[in-house]
Design a protein around this ligand. Structure first.
Ligand code: HEC
Ligand code: HEC
Ligand code: HEC
Length: 129
């Protein structure tokens, strides 16, 4: 009897803890239009990557979890042009070589000249200012 009560209490605490951490965690927009310069912008499925990779740091080691941070760091020369892109492409290429599911490596599969940063009607607009 006692054991059942304790188990119940522990479970209750666990569930409460889990919902608190879910509420605090900011996962950002589901899709993000990334500024890709003259090659055209990139329609980036953010949450799909979070689900597949299960590790925010694979990207956010380069830039903080803040809207517009890539453009800001590039403007401040703290990120080189195409440095973030090299990380995106490098992962896709490595995974493809290993036969794992991966994203595109060819330029126009990511860059789309018709994709506008603002007023695109997608989840959100990233960067640009
Ligand atoms: C595959 C790359 C990648 C991964 C993995 C990733 N993010 Fe992001 N995240 C981005 C990009 C790109 C941006 C947009 C940055 C910008 O606007 O310059 C971003 C922006 C954000 C923002 C700012 C709000 C927004 O929507 O722009 C938050 C918050 C965020 N990410 C949270 C997370 C969390 C939490 C995880 C892990 C669960 C995660 N991200 C994993 C690429 C990634
Ligand atoms: C996996 C997606 C992806 C692929 C494939 C890709 N790019 Fe990019 N590219 C990006 C992202 C994201 C950025 C913006 C961040 C950055 O500059 O690192 C970018 C930025 C750029 C920029 C702008 C840099 C600046 O600051 O002016 C150029 C130019 C560019 N890419 C050219 C190319 C060319 C050429 C190819 C093919 C050889 C290519 N990209 C393939 C994602 C990609
Ligand atoms: C650490 C590995 C990794 C990094 C870093 C990464 N990706 Fe990916 N990407 C993946 C994987 C894995 C998939 C396939 C997901 C799936 O099929 O569910 C993918 C898929 C994609 C797709 C295709 C989505 C679709 O299903 O249509 C695009 C576009 C893409 N990535 C863009 C990017 C851009 C832009 C960046 C950098 C900001 C980036 N990725 C960074 C692993 C990565």
């Amino acid at each position: 009897m006692k054991r059942i009560i304790i188990t119940g209490v522990v479970l209750g605490l666990l569930i409460a803890g889990m919902s608190v951490s879910f509420a605090i965690k900011n996962e950002g927009a589901e899709r993000i239009i990334i500024n890709g310069g003259r090659m055209g912008n990139i329609d980036f499925p953010h949450h799909q990557h979070q689900n597949v990779l299960q590790d925010c740091k694979t990207c956010h080691i380069l830039f903080p979890q803040k809207e517009g941070s890539i453009d800001r760091l590039k403007a401040e020369k703290l990120l080189k042009k195409m440095q973030v892109m090299a990380n995106c492409r490098g992962c896709h290429r490595d995974r493809k070589e290993k036969g794992l599911k991966a994203g595109p490596t060819s330029c126009t599969k990511c860059h789309n000249k018709k994709l506008k940063l603002e007023g695109s009607g997608m989840g959100k607009t990233a960067g640009f200012h």
